[in-house]
Each structure stands twice: as C-alpha cells, then as structure tokens.
Design a binder for this molecule. Structure first.
Ligand SMILES: [Zn+2]
Ligand SMILES: [Zn+2]
Ligand SMILES: [Zn+2]
Length: 761
C-alpha cells in the first residue's frame, strides 16, 4: 500500500477550505482558543468549521497534543457570537475541562481551514473511550439498501472505537490501528465532506475497505461467521469472540452444562459471570432495573450494570452462583448488535482469560491462551492496541458507582483542584490501576487487575509504558503504597526514580476528595478489606481528619485477631470466631470455629490484628448465617446487604465510641442474643448496617468538619452508602462519594498521585 493512500483528508493542507463570499467582512480582531479535555475524535473540528462558515469568520482549527486549538478572525461581534455558539453547539461527547482565550493581532487571512494535527512539547489532549454505536449508525446497519447493511465495523464521529485502537496522540487515523486499511473512494468522500456526519471520522470504514470477521473453524466470513457462532452457542459450545477491548468468552446463559464447563475450563469456581442481553426488553424480563440503571445500560459507555434478578427465570444457576446480583450489559458495538441478532437470548460474556490473568487481545495470543477453553473462535482483523475489559457499574441511592473502570470510561482524565508535578502513581496490589498527573489532569489506566499472576504484572508494566509513551510523559517521581510486598511497590522501588510511599487509606480518601474538588479540612472515612497502617498493623476501619499538615487518625475500629491471617479472607468463620472469642470468651467461640482456629487465637499464632470493617462484615455475615466461606473479596458483605431485602427500620446495634476506638463488642453481644431469640436475618442485617452508619455520624459530629468523604471497598455497599449520605446530609454535612473512579483499590492511583503531588509542592 502506497504511503499516504490511507490517510484521512486532514493530513492534507487546507482541507475543507472555505472561500468566503465577495463582500469583504470586517476582520479587525483575532482570537486564539485552546480547549482541553475530551475534544478530539468527537466531531469538534467539523463543528467549529461549520460555525466559522456560518458566521463568516476566517482562521483555522486543529488537533494538537494539548487538545483543540482554534484561531478565528472577524469583527468583535462575530467573535462573541462564535464563542456563545461554541458553548451551546458543542458535540455531544465532548468534555471540555479547561479553556484558554487570548486576543492576538489579526493576520488578514481570507478563509477558514482545518489544519493538519500539530505536535506540541506536552501532550495533554484527552482521548475518548470506546463509544457504543449511535442510533444513526445502527439504523444504517439495519437498512438492507444501505452500503453498510450488517457491517460490523460501522462508526461515525459520534461513535465507535477510540482508546482500543489508539497508537499515538493526536488522534488521527495514522495514529490508530485503522492505518492499515486504505479508505475506499466512498468512505474518503464522507471524510472530506464538511456536511457529512463522517467528516473527519478517523476509524471510518465500510465492507469494501474496512475490517472483517471470520470464524475458526470453518473460515466463514461476516454474516457466515456470526451464523456459525449462533449455531455453536445453541449447541452449548464456548465461543471466544474478539470484541472491542479484548476477547470475550461466550456461552448460552440458559445452558447449565455449558456454563459449568466454562467455569471448569476457566478455573473460576464461583465468581459471577456477566451477561450480554439482546435488548432492554430482555433486561426487564430477567431483572429489576430502575430508570437510572436502564440509562446506564444504553449509555455510550455500555458498561456491565449490577441488577437484582427476578425470580423464576430460565438462566442457569451457575451464572451467578452465590451472588445476589446479575451483571448485565447490552450490545454496544455494531459487532455485538449483529451477534445478538443471530442469537437473541442471554449469553454469558466473560473476559477472555483464565482466572486472574489479563484479557487476551491478539488473534495468535488468544489462539494459544484460549485454545483449551473455547470450542470455536470469531476473529477480526482490526488490531486492538491495548486491552480494555468491560466496565462494571452499580447504583446506590440512584447514583452510579464505577466498580471496574475500563472500556467506555478509560482513559478520561479526572480533573483535580490544582496543578500537580509529573507523578506516576502505581496503585495497589488488587484491582490495580496506574495513573499519571499532567497539570490538573490525572490520567488513570484501564483496570489491570490483581497483580498476583506473572501475566498481570506484565500487563501492569505495559500499562505504565503505554501511558507514559502516549503522553510523552517523564515521571519526576513515583508514588506507591506503604506495603513492601505489593508488586506495584516493588516495581516503584526498583524503578530508580524518587519514590513516595503513601499509606493505603490516606490514598483512598484523597482520591475521593480529589475527584470531588475537595482539598483539606474534611473527615475521611476509609473502610476496606485491608491496607498496611503506619503502625504496622492491618487497617481497614479508619477515620482521618485531613488538614494542610496531613492526616490525623481520629478514630478506628477496635482491632481484633485474624486467626490464620490471609486465610480469613476466604473463611468468614475465622473472623466470626475471633469476634465471639473476644466478646463472650473461648467456650462460646467453639461453636463457630474449629479447634485449630481456637488454638491459633489462644496462642496468638499467625493471628495478626486488624481494624478492618471488611473483616467485621465477614464475621457478622457468618454469625447471621448468610455466609461461611467466600470465593471473592466482598462476597460476604454483598450477601449481608442483600439479606436486608425490603426491610425498613432504624433499629440498630451499638458500636461504642471510646476515645476514638469503635468497640463492636456490644454489637456482637446483641447480635448473638437476637440470633438466640430467632430474630429474622433481614432485621439483623439492617441493624448491623445501621450501627455502622450511626458510628460514622457520631464520629463526624465530634470532629470539627463540615465535609465527610467516604472511600474504600466497603462503600460499594449501596445500603450503607445511601443511608450514610442521607443521615449526614440531614445533619447539614456535605458528603462526597466516588463518581469517576472506583471506591475500591481501583481508585488508589488517583489518591496517590494527588498526595505525592502535594508533598512535592
Ligand atoms: Zn455513529
Ligand atoms: Zn469504504
Ligand atoms: Zn483498599
């Protein structure tokens, strides 16, 4: 292919140049604008071009490493008009984080043009996430007379792949994996026509010039490949399907044998599988979804949304064993829409990997890694530049919380209150993400996962390399966790760069504060499973007052022993035994633990102390009878929350607040009494949650603050979060919760970047 033949027109000079009409307009002012944020790949340049044409302004617009640069020349009235219109007529997906204006001397140009993208020393332009197909593109795919009828890679300036195809910034076709597809004349024409909705659409493609799909075995192409997949799924086979941000493993969600086989082959015992449903009608048939939840499902991010299932459905119980929720998504890409038209029933759609490994993205790699799991493959020849799992969102009190931030959200930056020095933050050990700080923007990587497996640690290193390369970023320092054994900490210490080690829970609350524009003078509540404290013990039920001088730990959960250490994460009965042992003594504890556990407690062997609310949840879940063992972090807490059901009560157990220590022994005492008299588990669960809320309220009222920040994995609990927010707001306090990054360890890198930046300044 000749160099240049595949270029989208903006690479040529003076593309779409407008000659302005005969009567010379007044041009005595020139304005320069720089817009930063998600301004590339959203149809911003064509919008500016059309506005300039309408207002008869001269000048130019271009993408640059910084974002979008515009210079317009005309009368001051026209320019004011332009600025107003630019605010109201902004492209749908654009997110402008900062705008800079400067008046400069007119140069006397006569036309408006779209200039080729320029490089600048600092690359801070935001790239959009991958976006689900827009209604216009979908209707073309369904129209048998359209040239894109049933074409799986249909897209336009308002939809389609972005981050998953990006090789470099600025976002131009030559900097994406679409550069290997030369545009056909018809597609080129669309890209060159200012009034076409594909004007400057970088991944533009059609059946004549774009990517294609095929099946393996069989080598059927396009519709044939999808027909093959549908037949194989109907037979109960497992299909490895190359999607947008990586491979997915698909199986008929109604077929118990097939789903069980997928669990066995993937080595995933109980963790729930996500479902791909054909349409909202199916979601309503299987689940209870609020208007907000439905809006998230059909949004352009198209995440997995956690929903409550309806009883008596025909899904295999193997789909979401031991979880009260179903993770559901709708087709986002044209490819998934076409697949679901061929197989219009719920499918299990889980990441294409073996348990705990990163998702496969490359055809050959998937062939090797998924060969023993999948019975067949559907492949395509659009290269995926980087892996991006499906994102997960849940709702509490009508507000969305991102639990896994990847496709559809990454790599949108989080805007923080002030400029940061160039920090690379490497996150925690579980649910890892990494982040880089450029000015006021913190760019978080997509979800990488737990760093136990060698392949995950490789993915972690690739993500760091990828972010730094994309943004030409040279870190001045590395921020990591306090914990010396985290793979991320070890990487930081070996990096040869200056390192700042930050306490885990300080980073949690700093992340939540930063994304809400809060800097200091707040009460930070950091509740999670575990993080290393500054005193060497395991923290996880902490309250800090954050001020200019740092964090003061003003309260925490009364520590208890974890017999067996890490084994307590799987075995809830270990925490339960310990709680009862402390409250009512060894005799009573015998009922909950085996002799080995009791021996560990008696002799204080391998029984570290923890103030973790996550482990308190585990223990209480066991004592209430809802969970004895767990298969994934947070499972017991999820079951305990679910046990509340529709119960409404303000009854509560008591956590006694004594000199900053939240003593749970009265809570356990009352709970055991309630169990003895046979109180319903829904009441017990509600009283436990309410006790935690009341404890937060008591600490908040004693602290001299007007803002409370909630962070840590425990706040994935919808009941706890919604009630805490409601009760604190009733008392006139401002409450900040996570909106843009996960409350779990997926948000740590943001907090680390902000804290390290502050230390440096
Ligand atoms: Zn579209
Ligand atoms: Zn074409
Ligand atoms: Zn944590």
């Amino acid at each position: 292919m000749a160099a240049g033949s595949n270029r989208v027109p903006e690479q040529r000079r003076r593309v779409g140049e407008i000659r302005l009409s005969t009567a010379a307009p007044i041009r005595n002012e020139r304005l320069r604008l720089v817009l930063r944020g998600a301004v590339q790949g959203v149809g911003f340049r064509p919008t500016v071009y059309r506005l300039a044409e309408e207002l008869r302004l001269a000048g130019w617009v271009k993408n640059s490493g910084a974002g979008l640069e515009i210079e317009v020349e005309g009368s001051s009235k026209q320019i004011d008009h332009f600025l107003n219109k630019l605010k109201t007529d902004r492209p749908r997906n654009a997110v402008v984080t900062t705008e800079e204006f400067s008046r400069i001397a007119p140069v006397g140009c006569e036309f408006f043009e779209i200039l080729p993208s320029g490089e600048t020393a600092s690359k801070t332009g935001t790239v959009l996430p991958d976006l689900a197909a827009c209604p216009e593109c979908l209707s073309e795919m369904l129209d048998s007379t359209d040239r894109r009828f049933q074409y799986a890679f249909t897209n336009c300036t308002l939809c389609g792949p972005r981050f998953s195809i990006l090789l470099d910034i600025p976002y131009d076709r030559d900097n994406t994996t679409m550069r290997s597809f030369a545009l056909c004349p018809a597609c080129r024409q669309e890209c060159e026509s200012p009034r076409d909705r594909r004007f400057h659409s970088q991944p533009n493609a059609c059946p004549n010039c774009g990517p294609h799909i095929w099946s393996m075995p069989g080598n059927a192409e396009d519709a044939g490949a999808l027909a093959y997949a549908a037949e194989a799924l109907a037979r109960g086979e497992i299909i490895a399907f190359k999607g947008i941000g990586g491979f997915q493993l698909l199986v008929d969600a109604r077929n118990r044998t097939a789903v069980t086989r997928l669990r066995e082959r993937k080595h995933r015992e109980e963790k729930p599988f996500a479902l791909l449903m054909p349409s909202l009608a199916f979601v309503r048939r299987y689940c209870v979804a609020s208007a907000e939840e439905e809006a998230a499902l059909v949004s352009q991010a198209a995440p997995i949304v956690l929903l409550r299932p309806k009883r008596g459905n025909d899904l295999s119980p193997e789909v979401a064993k031991s979880s009260p929720y179903l993770g559901v998504m709708l087709p986002g890409s044209p490819l998934h829409h076409l697949l679901m038209a061929h197989f219009p029933f719920p499918l299990v759609a889980t990441s294409g990997n073996r348990a705990d490994e990163p998702i496969a993205i490359d055809n050959e790699e998937a062939g090797a890694r998924l060969r023993d799991i999948a019975d067949g493959f559907v492949l395509h020849n659009r290269r995926i530049a980087r892996s991006c799992d499906d994102s997960i969102v849940s709702f509490s009190g009508g507000h969305p919380q991102i639990l896994r931030r990847a496709r559809g959200y990454a790599p949108l930056p989080v805007l923080v209150p002030r400029d940061l020095p160039p920090v690379l933050a490497v996150g925690g050990h579980l649910k890892n993400t990494v982040a880089i700080a450029i000015g006021r923007q913190v760019f978080l990587s997509q979800h990488i996962g737990d760093l136990d497996a060698f392949e995950s640690r490789q993915a972690f290193e690739r993500a760091i390399e990828d972010l730094c390369r994309l943004y030409c970023f040279e870190p001045g320092l590395v921020a990591c966790d306090f914990h010396p054994d985290y793979a991320s900490t070890r990487w930081a210490l070996a990096s040869g760069l200056p390192v700042v080690r930050l306490q885990h829970h300080h980073a949690h609350v700093a992340a939540c504060a930063a994304e809400n524009g809060i800097e200091t003078n707040y009460l930070g509540v950091a509740w999670d499973g575990a993080g290393l404290g500054t005193d060497g013990s395991i923290w996880g039920g902490e309250f800090f007052v954050a001020s200019q001088s740092g964090f003061e730990r003003i309260a925490h959960l009364r520590p208890f022993h974890l017999p067996g250490g890490e084994a307590a994460i799987r075995d809830c009965f270990r925490s339960a035994t310990s709680l009862v042992w402390e409250t009512r003594g060894a005799d009573r504890a015998e009922r909950y633990g085996n002799p080995n556990v009791l021996a560990l407690l008696e002799r204080r062997i391998n029984s570290p102390l923890t103030s973790s609310v996550g482990r308190l949840f585990d223990g209480v879940a066991c004592l209430s009878g809802v969970a004895n063992k767990t298969c994934f972090e947070g499972q017991a807490a999820m079951c305990l929350e679910h046990a509340i059901g529709s119960t409404v009560t303000s009854d509560s157990y008591e956590i006694e607040n004594q000199n900053g220590v939240g003593d749970w022994t009265p809570l356990i005492e009352e709970l055991l009494s309630d169990k003895e008299v046979g109180l319903d588990v829904s009441q017990i669960a509600a009283k436990f949650h309410n006790a935690l809320v009341n404890w937060i309220v008591a600490v908040a009222q004693a602290a001299d603050v007007d803002t409370v920040v909630l962070s840590g994995g425990v706040f994935q609990n919808g009941y706890l979060t919604a009630r805490t927010v409601a009760v604190l707001e009733e008392r006139g306090l401002r409450v900040a919760t996570h909106r843009q990054v996960p409350p779990n360890d997926g948000g740590l890198s943001l907090g680390q970047a902000v804290l390290a930046g502050r230390l440096e300044n």
